[in-house]
Design a protein around this ligand. Structure first.
Ligand code: NIG
Ligand code: FE
Length: 412
């Protein structure tokens, strides 16, 4: 289908020469076109510009009048765990009563609780449980998403999760990237034998995952109480042999050395980053690693906020993802993440849009095909409801302002 969207009040995040990532001061800049048109041809963006320059093609295209409305490129959410079994609102209550994330994990809760349930859930049931989450994030404006394994923690469980992600890739209109996160937590049976578990990840899980071509990336939870820098080094080295680029969980609970080990392995991204100081910023400078903050997890766990402002002011790029998971961020709503990032991390509307489009596309290695309105990129966009200004989008943090979603050139 070919679509012409006309009378767009503001066409957001347009690029004539697409960038792979946006850093430092440039994050405050956004190229928008007022009173614009946008043409989608099959599954690609064909053309866009000012209304006064719109070509005379109306008869051949399905026409949508977007008067008073804004058009955005779909969000890219570069860090989620949205394939999981059940939910964990019981722990939410424990958290409100004051137990920390680590205390809950030590009591056999947290990730291990999800792993127990996942291993009892069939592949089909897991897929059925993930689908409504996929449909929800589509309706909330997401067009590309990364999904991690890491609630299996057994060979079979990890393969089951990754097969579900593969099936979601094949059956939904989202662009999906999958990440093998066997080293998410040490399972109960390996308590006191962490090295043995790392060996299982490296010697059994990884070859099986690679054999079935189930993962695009590899992840390790490199933090206090979870995996050490040495464990991480070993796992990432093994992953590199299979061509898996790292995207790791780092510095959420402490100055864990995760940022430095990630940069050393040329990670595509290091994510969470609550504990970042001058040494971490120095490591990230001139690297190809995208620092990624997860404002939903920091909000939900009531953690200290990552020094996002300091990182941007130091000239770094910054990405913003949801961390959608049952424990620390049970939401994949990118618009809400953007509001959190504005209020809690003092990021402007331009910065939060760059952080959740081009920069998250970079963090999934897909900024050549999505993340902005550029000719030849995938026709993944959404049309808002009528809005007064661009700022209104994150200001009205509880309102659903997304009117029409188009993925791969089709209205969904
Ligand atoms: O990104 N930090 C590690 N892993 C997840 C939490 C997963 C869970 O609690 O189930 C996160 O926040
Ligand atoms: Fe995570």
């Amino acid at each position: 289908m070919h679509i012409l969207i006309k009378n767009i009040k503001k066409l957001v995040q347009t690029e004539t020469k697409p960038k792979t990532k946006i850093s430092g001061k440039d994050m405050a800049k956004l190229k928008n076109i007022d009173n614009a048109y946008l043409i989608l041809h099959n599954d690609k963006i064909e053309d866009f510009g000012k209304m006064k320059d719109m070509p005379d093609i109306e008869g051949n295209y399905k026409s949508i009048d977007a008067g008073g409305k804004f058009v955005f490129p779909s969000f890219c959410d570069s860090h989620t765990h949205l394939v999981y079994a059940g939910s964990r609102e019981i722990e939410y209550n424990d958290k409100i009563k004051g137990l920390s994330y680590e205390e809950i994990a030590k009591r056999g809760g947290g990730i291990l609780n999800s792993a127990k349930l996942l291993n009892k859930t069939s592949e089909n049931e897991l897929y059925e449980q993930a689908l409504p989450r996929i449909n929800e994030i589509i309706s909330q404006g997401t067009g590309a998403v990364e999904i991690k394994s890491g609630y299996g923690l057994t060979l079979e469980g990890e393969l089951k999760m990754l097969r579900v992600i593969k099936r979601l890739k094949e059956t939904t209109p989202l662009i999906i990237k999958s990440t093998f996160l066997g080293a998410h937590s040490v399972p109960a049976e390996y308590k006191g034998k962490q090295k043995d578990y790392v060996n299982l990840v490296v010697n059994e899980m990884l070859p099986a995952v690679a054999e079935e071509k189930l993962a695009d990336f590899i992840d390790v939870f490199c933090d206090k109480g979870f995996f050490t820098v040495e464990d991480t080094d070993k796992i990432l080295k093994a992953g590199a042999k299979y061509g898996l680029r790292p995207k790791i969980h780092a510095n959420e609970l402490d100055f864990s050395g995760g940022v430095q080990i990630g940069v050393k392995h040329n990670a595509l991204s290091v994510d969470h980053l609550e504990y970042v100081g001058d040494d971490e910023i120095k490591a990230l400078k001139n690297s190809e690693t995208m620092p990624t903050i997860l404002p939903g997890a920091a909000f939900f766990l009531n953690m200290p906020y990552s020094p996002a402002r300091k990182m941007i002011d130091a000239g770094l790029p910054l990405a913003l993802a949801s961390d959608f998971n049952p424990g620390s961020s049970p939401s994949g709503n990118m618009k809400l993440m953007m509001s959190f990032a504005s209020v809690n991390y003092k990021m402007t509307i331009e910065e939060v849009i760059n952080a959740s489009t081009v920069n998250t596309a970079y963090a999934m290695n897909i900024s050549d095909i999505t993340g902005s309105i550029a000719k030849g990129k995938k026709a993944n966009i959404f049309i808002t409801k009528e809005m007064s200004t661009l700022e209104y989008f994150t200001y009205a943090y509880g309102s659903n302002l997304i009117d029409t979603v188009i993925l791969g050139g089709k209205v969904v």
